[in-house]
Ligand binder design. Structure first.
Ligand SMILES: [Zn+2]
Ligand SMILES: [Zn+2]
Length: 308
């Protein structure tokens, strides 16, 4: 057997990251028994309307390990079975508030089943079955939470969009020079994009409300500070910041990051990352803030990664 292994190593012993996707549909209700109807409504908005509402959740399980003698980190059918047994068969078509004891609000340690608290509890239930590296849970394609097993620390991402025109050119350079640098993007009358922005915030999940921050407050900030002022504008002319700063995807992402950092702090979270997609082929990411726990990612502070 040893001989066969050395002759056909099949990657045995090499490290690899694998992912598995699983879906489930479930409902929930954001209503704390210790609060009045008015207070629940003020805190959770329409999410507090009984009997609740539902989502088609999508769970991405990322695992890491060494390849076995068959060239696999894990047997995928066992991964599939573990996720089904521990998670989806227990949550699919259920009312989350009444599934797991972690969400039993009649107990003081009970927590609302928000996306970020749900992904944390899923981690706790899966961690002894699978070599987890990270989990992502989509509540819908425009809202998801990431969790990496760090106590109550989680990430929440909101995706939104705006449409705007821009022209890539430096005013201090002649047109022929700008065309050499920026190509067609330097044409005098500009062109437009349907920009997609992912705003990722990080913070601690509240053990009772299950929330990392007030989502409607976060959405209002994004809308008031980014979407409303930028949507249907010519960035170079309508946004004063870009009068003297070339509105590349990188600069737009940085500007959005600078605009959102302090207001997000004021609602109790930290801006982690802005990803700005200009087109399906072109995106820029700016890391605004790196949490203490992510020491290995410290070098990425204020760095931009640009995908062409
Ligand atoms: Zn919901
Ligand atoms: Zn462009």
């Amino acid at each position: 057997m040893k001989e066969i292994t050395s002759k056909f190593p099949h990657g045995e012993g090499r490290s690899c990251v694998i992912t598995r996707r699983a879906c489930f549909s479930a409902s929930h209700l954001y209503k704390l028994p210790e609060l009045s109807d008015d207070d629940n409504s003020a805190l959770f908005g329409p999410c507090s309307i009984a009997p609740g509402h539902g989502h088609n959740y999508e769970l991405i399980v990322t695992m890491e390990g060494e390849l076995n003698q068959y060239g696999m980190v894990l047997n995928l059918s066992e991964v599939k079975q573990a996720i089904k047994n521990e998670i989806t068969s227990q949550l699919d078509f259920r009312f989350l508030n009444e599934t797991w004891p972690e969400f039993d609000l009649s107990k003081t340690e009970g927590c609302l089943p928000t996306t970020e608290s749900l992904v944390r509890v899923i981690w706790e239930r899966l961690k002894s079955h699978l070599p987890l590296k990270s989990l992502r849970l989509y509540e819908n394609p425009k809202l998801w939470a990431d969790y990496q097993g760090n106590a109550m620390d989680a990430y929440l991402t909101v995706q939104t969009h705006f449409s705007a025109a821009h022209r890539l050119a430096r005013e201090d350079l002649p047109q022929n020079e700008n065309e050499k640098i920026f190509g067609k993007c330097a044409r005098p009358n500009g062109h437009g994009h349907n920009y997609i922005i992912d705003i990722t915030v990080t913070g601690k999940i509240n053990p009772r409300t299950g929330m990392l921050c007030d989502l409607s407050a976060l959405n209002s900030l994004i809308n008031d500070l980014v979407v409303e002022p930028f949507d249907h504008t010519f960035l170079n002319k309508d946004i004063p910041y870009f009068a003297n700063c070339v509105p590349t995807a990188e600069n737009i992402a940085l500007h959005i990051s600078d605009k959102l950092t302090n207001p997000i702090k004021a609602i109790g979270a930290n801006l982690y990352k802005i990803k700005l997609q200009e087109s399906p082929n072109n995106a820029a990411e700016v890391y605004a803030q790196v949490p203490e726990s992510q020491t290995d990612a410290k070098d990425s502070k204020n760095q931009i990664s640009f995908i062409r």
